[in-house]
Design a protein around this ligand. Structure first.
Ligand SMILES: Cc1ncc(COP(=O)(O)O)c(C=O)c1O
Length: 389
């Protein structure tokens, strides 16, 4: 029986041959000029000035958090994060000593609920707000931008589920001061493991380059490095082993970067197929709740909806070889690691709780044909009972 996997490989036989050729030609595989080339190509795809390749989307979030702290970008260490997000959207901020406040969910796009965000801004005066663009969909950036100006917080984007999505001419991942992206298996593109941070801020870019590798300055731009050497009176002998920031080692390698360069060439086509699949789901399942945002391209990561009888549907689809998942993490506030460690105001995450209780997502990837999606919809419709927010 055919398997309808939630996510599928984007690395094909042609890519394996390219990897072999790469290995035949190169002896040095560590982070070097191919990584730089991948970063440049990624920036140009996304429409941002700078990108920093790391070993996962989770590391990208960690790097953003630490670079903001080390660069002194924040008025305080209080961060508002979406209740519907991912463990490593939240964990870096807990690990780095931030006070974490969870925000409820928008009932259309599953991003931040703008009304709740404003309540939280009034109550907590956050230095930072991070959005997650959920399963290829956008946040209400126009409204969030207004709140940003009014309450003077810095905005970052976790775009790990939405690479390739586009609002008019602007890609998701270019709305915040910095954004994170994931290249894990089954994501829009894959470097086996991998992630990227993107930004338009030159100083932040250099700080992140340093923090990615131990906190040393040898990967940073020449002028930035020279300024540090001058400021701290570092001579040539000491320069390579001088650490200016509290860093990590979350680099990837030129081998993975080379896979990324080849994967990038397919990204536009992958997004187009994912978008087409999304539209078929929406048409066939028109009696169920659907996710909405006004995008030109929805680089859909999975099809989100709500069902009354989730366990029954899950079991039935499993029997038919169709993989499903909870709607990402459900409500982060109910996850064991976070339960007693976050703050909220009166609204108590009503929408996120509903998502936790009834949310499900159906598979979408670029190896599905229209027929495959039709089949999944047919099986799903046989058992699933719709429920709405
Ligand atoms: C919203 C979000 N952020 C971060 C990540 C982590 O990415 P990675 O698996 O590359 O660490 C994921 C993973 O799917 C995610 O969905």
């Amino acid at each position: 029986m055919k398997k309808y996997k939630l996510a599928d490989n984007t690395i094909d036989n042609q890519d394996y041959l390219k990897m072999i050729n790469f290995l035949k030609k190169r002896s040095y595989l560590n982070q070097s000029i191919i990584t730089k080339k991948f970063e440049k190509k990624f920036s140009s795809f996304l429409g941002s000035k700078y990108s920093i390749f790391v070993n996962s989307g989770s590391s990208a979030n960690l790097l953003i958090a630490q670079s903001l702290l080390e660069g002194g970008y924040l008025k305080n260490q209080l961060v508002v994060l979406p209740a519907v997000s991912w463990s490593t959207t939240v964990s870096p901020y807990l690990q780095l000593g931030f006070k974490v406040v969870l925000c409820d969910t928008d009932k259309n796009n599953l991003g931040l609920c703008v009304k709740n965000l404003e309540e939280l801004c009034k109550k907590f005066n956050p230095g930072l707000v991070s959005v997650v663009n959920v399963l290829g969909h956008s946040n209400n950036f126009d409204k969030i931008e207004k709140l940003k100006k009014k309450y003077k917080f810095l905005l970052v984007e976790d775009n790990c589920e939405s690479l390739g999505s586009q609002k008019e001419k602007k890609k998701l991942g270019t709305f915040g001061f910095a954004s994170s992206h994931s290249f894990y298996f089954g994501h829009h593109i894959s470097t086996i493991e991998g992630g990227m941070v993107s930004t338009n801020d030159k100083k932040f870019y250099n700080i992140a380059l340093a923090i990615r590798s131990h906190g040393w300055a040898r990967d940073t731009e020449t002028r930035f490095r020279k300024n540090l050497e001058k400021k701290f009176k570092i001579d040539e002998f000491k320069s390579l082993f001088t650490f200016y920031y509290s860093g990590f080692n979350i680099r990837s390698s030129d081998f993975n970067a080379n896979i990324g360069i080849n994967q990038l060439k397919k990204l536009k086509k992958i997004s187009k197929i994912r978008f087409k699949n999304f539209k078929i789901y929406k048409e066939k399942l028109n009696n169920f709740w659907t996710q909405k945002s006004d995008l030109k391209v929805i680089s859909s990561f999975g099809y989100a909806t709500f069902v009354k009888n989730r366990k029954e549907v899950f079991k039935y689809l499993k029997k038919k070889n169709i993989q499903t998942r909870p709607l990402i993490c459900g409500n982060m506030g109910q996850q064991p690691f976070l339960k007693s460690k976050f703050y909220q105001s009166k609204s108590k995450l009503e929408k996120a709780k509903f998502i936790d209780r009834y949310g499900i997502y159906l598979p979408n990837h670029a190896n599905f044909s229209s027929k495959d999606i039709d089949y999944i919809c047919k099986i799903f419709s046989k058992k699933a009972k719709p429920i709405f927010f």
